[in-house]
Design a binder for this molecule. Structure first.
Ligand SMILES: *[C@@H]1O[C@H](CO)[C@@H](O)[C@H](O)[C@H]1NC(C)=O
Ligand SMILES: *[C@@H]1O[C@H](CO)[C@@H](O)[C@H](O)[C@H]1NC(C)=O
Length: 179
């Protein structure tokens, strides 16, 4: 009986904390005027989080929910307005490029890849853009090589320190709502 009440109390405390956290991040977001989107973004990315990275069944190449899943990573196609001017945040440009390459990969069975076509040129741009972004960040994390003859065979599924993107998504949604 005592344990049951403890569980109820803990669950209630957790709910209260969750609600407070959400309200706190929204009041922080709302205290910035809309012209101050950039400082809101900077503040929203102030904290890093530890995430266990691994392969995922989410965001598949094709299937019923593939388009939906990839689109959900880029709210409102990723466009924000700063002093009335539309911009695409780099993170969303990168995600849209991955999505574009994904679609072409998915469609190669029905639409042969043609590097000279408009779609082919977009794919070429995305390959170059992603290459430049990867080299620009030059991630120096040590990923343990496990295959003697296949040196790309590494252990990468482990904890990673990442920027906490939840605040960024909240800031983008507020901007897109005109707040
Ligand atoms: C996003 O882009 C797609 C394709 O260009 C378009 O159909 C859709 O309306 C856009 N959505 C928003 C919210 O801008
Ligand atoms: C590839 O695209 C270009 C430009 O749209 C077109 O002229 C050419 O015929 C296409 N090639 C093939 C094999 O479809």
């Amino acid at each position: 009986m005592n344990r049951w009440w403890l569980l109820v109390a803990l669950t209630a405390a957790l709910c209260v904390q969750l609600v407070l956290n959400v309200r706190l991040s929204y009041s922080v977001a709302l205290s910035h005027p809309k012209s101050d989107f950039l400082s809101l973004v900077r503040d929203s990315l102030a904290n890093d989080i530890v995430i266990q990275l691994e392969n995922s069944v989410h965001y598949p190449v094709d299937g019923a929910f593939a388009d939906e899943g990839w689109a959900s990573l880029v709210p409102g196609n990723g466009t924000v307005r700063v002093n009335g001017t539309p911009y695409l945040l780099g993170v969303f440009h990168e995600l849209r490029c991955l999505d574009l390459l994904r679609r072409q990969l998915r469609d190669t069975a029905t639409v042969p890849f043609n590097v000279s076509s408009p779609a082919g040129r977009r794919a070429r741009h995305c390959m170059q853009y992603l290459r430049q972004m990867v080299l620009c960040r030059a991630n120096t994390r040590l990923e343990l090589v496990t295959g003697l003859y296949e040196e790309h065979n590494v252990i990468w599924e482990q904890d990673y320190v990442c920027r906490d993107r939840r605040g960024l998504y909240a800031a983008v949604k507020l901007n897109q709502a005109g707040l």
